[in-house]
Write a protein that binds this ligand. Sequence first.
Ligand SMILES: Cc1cc2nc3c(=O)[nH]c(=O)nc-3n(C[C@H](O)[C@H](O)[C@H](O)COP(=O)(O)OP(=O)(O)OC[C@H]3O[C@@H](n4cnc5c(N)ncnc54)[C@H](O)[C@@H]3O)c2cc1C
Length: 152
Amino acid sequence: MQTKESNTIFSHLDSLGKSLDGDLSYDTITRTIYATDASVYKEFPLAVIWPKGVSDLKKIIAFASKEKTSITIRAAGTSLAGQVVTNGMIVDISRYMKNIIEINEKEMWVRVEPGVVLDELNMQLKEHGLFFGPETSTSNRCNLGGMVGNNS
Ligand SMILES: Cc1cc2nc3c(=O)[nH]c(=O)nc-3n(C[C@H](O)[C@H](O)[C@H](O)COP(=O)(O)OP(=O)(O)OC[C@H]3O[C@@H](n4cnc5c(N)ncnc54)[C@H](O)[C@@H]3O)c2cc1C
C-alpha cells in the first residue's frame, strides 16, 4: 500500500527522472529485478537509475541529499556479499557509462568510464600489446567501477 509519504517521494522521483538524460524507473518489476545481486541478500530498492554521464550523477547526488535517501552504484552486480543491495536508490552505470575514453600505449594507462566490462577492455588493449592485470572469474561481466569498488 502506498502512503502519503511514499506518493510524495515518487512524485519527486518523477521530477528527477524528467531532468535526467538517462533513465529512471520505480515500477515493481524493475525494483524486483534489482532487489538482489549475485549474493543471497535481498532488499527492495526505492528506484533504479541509469545515468548517462557526470551531469546526471550530480543531479542524483543532490536529490539523495535533499530527500535523505541513499545511493548505491551498481556495475555488473556480481558481488557476493550484498554490496549492491539497498532500500535506497540503485544507480546502474553499466547501461550507458561504458566508453573507453583513451588508451595511452606509451605510458601504459587507460581512461575509461566505470561501466566498461573487463574482457571488452582487454580485447581492445590486446591490439596495443597491453593487458589490464586483475583476472576475476567474472571477467566477461564485471565492470571496472565494480572491480575498483570491490578491490578485485
Ligand atoms: C562466480 C563468481 C566468481 C568470482 N570470482 C572473483 C574473483 O576471481 N576475484 C574477485 O576479486 N572477485 C570475484 N567475484 C566477485 C565479483 O565478481 C568481483 O568483485 C567483480 O569485480 C565485481 O564487479 P561488478 O561489476 O559486478 O561490481 P558490482 O557487484 O556491481 O559492484 C561492486 C562494488 O563496487 C561499487 N561500485 C561499482 N561501480 C562503482 C563506481 N562507479 N563508483 C563507486 N563504487 C562503485 C558497488 O557499489 C559495490 O560496492 C566473483 C563473483 C562470482 C559470482
